[in-house]
Design a protein around this ligand. Structure first.
Ligand SMILES: Cc1cc2nc3c(=O)[nH]c(=O)nc-3n(C[C@H](O)[C@H](O)[C@H](O)COP(=O)(O)OP(=O)(O)OC[C@H]3O[C@@H](n4cnc5c(N)ncnc54)[C@H](O)[C@@H]3O)c2cc1C
Ligand SMILES: *[C@@H]1O[C@H](CO)[C@@H](O)[C@H](O)[C@H]1NC(C)=O
Ligand SMILES: *[C@@H]1O[C@H](CO)[C@@H](O)[C@H](O)[C@H]1NC(C)=O
Ligand SMILES: *[C@@H]1O[C@H](CO)[C@@H](O)[C@H](O)[C@H]1NC(C)=O
Ligand SMILES: *[C@@H]1O[C@H](CO)[C@@H](O)[C@H](O)[C@H]1NC(C)=O
Ligand SMILES: *[C@@H]1O[C@H](CO)[C@@H](O)[C@H](O)[C@H]1NC(C)=O
Ligand SMILES: *[C@@H]1O[C@H](CO)[C@@H](O)[C@H](O)[C@H]1NC(C)=O
Ligand SMILES: *[C@@H]1O[C@H](CO)[C@@H](O)[C@H](O)[C@H]1NC(C)=O
Length: 514
């Protein structure tokens, strides 16, 4: 499958973002810069072998972790802690010096300034790679510096899985503080719902072990609250048995006849009684366009958590006749799809990338509005943008998923199962030239605004903006829980961070305000 998957990658199966939201980017002030110089000096005195100034190879490697070229910034220095107490000491030094700083794990969030800093200290959690099972193997202890591919390679030796991300190259650290969409989410909810304990560095530079019964408010806030509440140095996730599974991928040319059948299959999958109701099924339906030459393709990646050759859940995709550009199906170890997606395009910096998130009800009219608005606009306005690709992923959030999340104790995303299943749309764009940043961001903003207006008029809009898929300037927190979550998050934040160290000095992807 790997050659074909490479092709899929080259489509920009996922891409992402680059416009810096000026209001979010830390302003360079002379006080900030002086603070950063002081913090770097003091870190160097205490941690010489772990502190890297500009010009060292470790500085280059760590400051180049971000996946999107739009996110490559120029920190004053890079600090590479080896455990939680190193992180705690660094937070004390940084707070004393009032230095701006950023925290990076896998570097896959394509939001400039979310996980790096133009002038402060970059704390890279890259070396926090704990990966161990508890004695009874029911819990996986994992450091934020692991990538999901490494995690799955480890647990699969024991016939186990965890509910992490779908792509092998994405980081553990950011995905779990943002929520986490995985292959097993219809059984277990968001990845964060399966975390039972966090080891976390608090804003006052102490290390806390956070469980539902020790710090219920903080435990909840870490499940989707991003980096405002602590720097997580260890996650304890529940494991579950997983062995052989069904993995499948089809890429088809999006000719009118084929695309129309494909959209019918998608609508049937999402409808009551459709495949989406089978909790062992997960699907990634993706539409992709290369504006330069008009290549338009429809793609479906499928996962089924049992070793069966033709899961009924996918019957309406499987029965679409040819032609196909790629058609591969295997029953193999369950890690197959995540490692097949473990390709250079999702790992390396090859492009400027943007993600944008928006949601809608699983109604054929909304499915068509999203497709027509994005691809109609892209096909005419982005043809002169070098290297541009536009993809739309329809991510079904099933009823069972919402119920599993609630049953596990809930989270910051706070989706009410009574509001029913929906689709989390991910618009992903790629381009090459920094001069096109503004145009690409404007494209993303405008098509998503237009989709939301059209869906609202038909009663098909859903307010959910998924933080892990959101773009610069989007405000995921203000939509969570119908607006009720933001004040609660702000008050927990203030309680655990009286001096505003994480609030004011740490770089964030999204504002914790309305
Ligand atoms: C190719 C690709 C595939 C993806 N697939 C999925 C998927 O299947 N499911 C899904 O849900 N999402 C997916 N995403 C989105 C992904 O969840 C987010 O980009 C996530 O932020 C990545 O985590 P990271 O550690 O790589 O990010 P980073 O960019 O390192 O961090 C993102 C944010 O989290 C903060 N952070 C990181 N580590 C910690 C920590 N230990 N403690 C506190 N804050 C921390 C950072 O400061 C930053 O603000 C995908 C993204 C890409 C690019
Ligand atoms: C940075 O400065 C600009 C212009 O002075 C201001 O509008 C913005 O709010 C500031 N941002 C922060 C995070 O302070
Ligand atoms: C996982 O294991 C496979 C097979 O041994 C290997 O090819 C791949 O590189 C590993 N992935 C990671 C992320 O270590
Ligand atoms: C396949 O499509 C038919 C006709 O629309 C529908 O009745 C059926 O539920 C679909 N099957 C699945 C598993 O989605
Ligand atoms: C369109 O462009 C993409 C990206 O450059 C390329 O991979 C693809 O082969 C092109 N398709 C056609 C039909 O020219
Ligand atoms: C895809 O491949 C499977 C065998 O793996 C085959 O049964 C099916 O007919 C093929 N589909 C198309 C559209 O070629
Ligand atoms: C999806 O968009 C393409 C390109 O604009 C169009 O040809 C096709 O008819 C659309 N399909 C649906 C179901 O909206
Ligand atoms: C640090 O903050 C935590 C949480 O607010 C608090 O319990 C702890 O006592 C504080 N420790 C110190 C040394 O201030």
């Amino acid at each position: 499958m790997s050659t074909s998957i490479r092709r899929l990658l080259s489509l920009g199966g996922i891409a992402l973002l680059g416009l810096v939201d000026q209001a979010l980017c830390q302003n360079t002030t002379s006080a900030g810069r002086a603070g950063a110089i002081e913090a770097c000096d003091r870190l160097r005195q205490e941690f010489r072998p772990q502190l890297f100034p500009v010009g060292t190879s470790n500085y280059e490697a760590q400051s180049h972790l971000p996946w999107s070229e739009t996110c490559l910034l120029t920190p004053q220095c890079v600090f590479l802690p080896s455990d939680a107490s190193d992180v705690a000491r660094a937070v004390q030094i940084i707070a004393d010096a009032q230095s701006p700083f950023a925290v990076i794990s896998g570097g896959h969030m394509p939001v400039p300034g979310a996980a790096s800093t133009p002038d402060g200290v970059l704390i890279s959690l890259h070396a926090l790679t704990t990966l161990a099972l508890s004695d009874d193997r029911s819990i996986l202890h994992l450091g934020p510096g692991n990538l999901w591919g490494e995690v799955y390679n480890y647990t699969s030796q024991y016939g186990l899985a965890v509910n992490g991300g779908r792509y092998g190259q994405v980081g553990v650290g950011g995905l779990l503080v943002g929520g986490g969409i995985g292959y097993f989410s219809s059984q277990y909810g968001w990845g964060a719902n399966t975390v039972v304990e966090y080891e976390v560095v608090l804003a006052n530079g102490t290390v806390a072990v956070v469980r539902a019964d020790s710090h219920p408010d903080l435990f909840w806030a870490l499940k989707g609250g991003s980096n405002y509440f602590g720097i997580v140095t260890r996650y304890d996730m529940k494991t579950f048995p997983a062995n052989q599974a069904y993995s499948s991928a089809q890429i088809r040319p999006g000719t009118p006849a084929v695309a129309s059948t494909w959209f019918n299959a998608l609508n049937a999958y999402l409808a009551p009684g459709g495949g989406v109701e089978d909790v062992r099924a997960a699907i990634m339906p993706i539409v992709a366009l290369t504006p330069e030459n008009g290549t338009y393709e429809v793609i479906n990646l499928e996962f089924y958590a049992d070793p069966i050759a033709r899961p009924r859940a996918f019957e309406n995709f499987t029965s679409i006749p040819g032609p196909t550009l790629m058609n591969e199906t295997v029953v193999a170890p369950w890690t197959y799809l995540s490692s097949a997606l473990d390709i250079p395009a999702y790992a390396a910096k090859t492009s400027r990338q943007a993600f944008w998130s928006f949601s809608f009800l699983p109604d054929p009219r909304a499915i068509s509005i999203t497709n027509r608005t994005i691809f109609g606009e892209a096909a005419t306005t982005l043809t002169d943008i070098t290297g541009s690709t536009v993809t739309l992923s329809y991510q079904p959030i099933s009823q069972a998923w919402l119920e599993a999340a609630r049953a596990a104790g809930g989270d910051v995303l706070d989706l009410d199962p009574e509001d029913g299943p929906f689709v989390a749309g991910l618009l992903s764009t790629t381009w090459e030239d920094p001069e096109d940043d503004e145009r690409m961001y404007a494209f993303n903003r405008e098509v998503v605004d237009s989709i939301n207006q059209q869906n609202t008029a038909l009663g098909l809009h859903h307010p959910f903006v998924y933080l892990n898929d959101a773009g610069p300037g989007q405000a995921p927190f203000s939509g969570y829980g119908g607006g009720r979550i933001l004040p609660r998050l702000q008050s927990i934040q203030a309680r655990y961070d009286r001096d505003g160290v994480f609030r004011d000095l740490l770089a964030h992807g999204f504002p914790l305000r309305g």
